[in-house]
Design a protein around this ligand. Structure first.
Ligand SMILES: CNc1ncnc2c1ncn2[C@@H]1O[C@H](COP(=O)(O)O)[C@@H](O)[C@H]1O
Length: 274
């Protein structure tokens, strides 16, 4: 394990709310428990549990979203997640997250992303290089997001890029809003769009217009694909030819062949197996 930890790594499939420390989740749950929003003893074992079915995983995400839906908390978890990956010697981190609208607490997709960006800026334990869109390379915006040491001594450095996720529960309009936000925030390091969420929910036809628009505008697209057997959707996703595909654990032989012939990189196949 120590060899793995010391090795420099790239992390291409980290979901922000899927990477929160258990200790932070328990702390947040305890605060909400004290406020009477949730019953702590009902959720403690859900957080502490290790092996989960896909259904349990998505139930846990619903719980995590109750615990983390607040700008300050989003900023905090972003900072912690980056510092945790850096401490494991991840040198390049693609962090994906689903921008959320929640009018009851004054949260819009834009303000959610703002809280994420604040979290990146708040990292102090390591230097963060947060590359802007190529047209702005070398500009002030870039350097303001890189932490420097006064002494000049070598510090750990992590490159961070953001992907905005479309949740499969979302409508075409909501998906389009996320893509437009990604375009707007491109010079702040948003490099692409991800399609994720519970694989038994939603239809490809709902997300296709937004994903197509993202691609036309030059954003990279990565798709969660084949997490459950769904040959029609898998074919449509392969026809789309995204930059990356995640999971693919229910691919049939022909689908593997197509993936290989199209040279689409596959990421995160182990998550489902483990
Ligand atoms: C197990 N495999 C998976 N398959 C599909 N979607 C997944 C996932 N793991 C995570 N997510 C997606 O990431 C969200 C949590 O992070 P954010 O709120 O976006 O930061 C989940 O709600 C789900 O939409």
């Amino acid at each position: 394990m120590e060899d793995w930890l010391s090795m420099p790594k790239v992390e291409l499939h980290a979901h922000l709310n899927g990477s929160v420390r258990d200790s932070t989740l328990l702390e947040l749950a305890s605060v909400l428990g004290e406020k009477g929003v949730i019953v702590f003893s009902d959720v403690e074992h859900v957080i502490r549990k290790n092996d989960r079915s896909l259904t349990e995983v998505f139930r846990l995400f619903d719980l995590i979203h109750i615990l983390t839906t607040d700008h300050k908390v989003i900023t905090r978890i972003t900072k912690e997640v980056i510092e945790d990956f850096a401490s494991e010697n991840v040198v390049y981190l693609e962090l994906r997250t689903t921008p959320k609208n929640n009018a009851s607490i004054g949260m819009s997709k834009r303000s959610y992303l703002g809280a994420v960006l604040e979290g990146i800026k708040a990292v102090t334990a390591v230097d963060v290089a947060f590359r802007p869109h190529s047209s702005d390379v070398g500009s002030q915006k870039n350097s303001s997001l890189v932490n420097h040491t006064c002494s000049g001594s070598a510090r750990k450095k992590i490159y961070v890029r953001i992907l905005l996720s479309i949740d499969r529960r979302e409508t075409t309009e909501a998906a389009m809003e996320t893509v437009k936000l990604a375009l707007e925030m491109r010079d702040l390091g948003v490099v692409g769009i991800d399609l994720s969420g519970n694989p038994i929910v939603g239809e490809w036809v709902t997300f296709f217009p937004a994903l197509q628009f993202a691609r036309e505008q030059g954003l990279y697209v990565t798709l969660h694909c084949g997490e459950v057997p769904n040959p029609k959707e898998i074919q449509a996703m392969l026809d789309f030819q995204p930059q990356r595909i995640g999971h693919a654990c229910c691919f049939e032989e022909e689908e593997w062949k197509t993936l290989k012939s199209l040279s689409i990189p596959l990421i995160c196949i182990m998550q489902n197996i483990l």
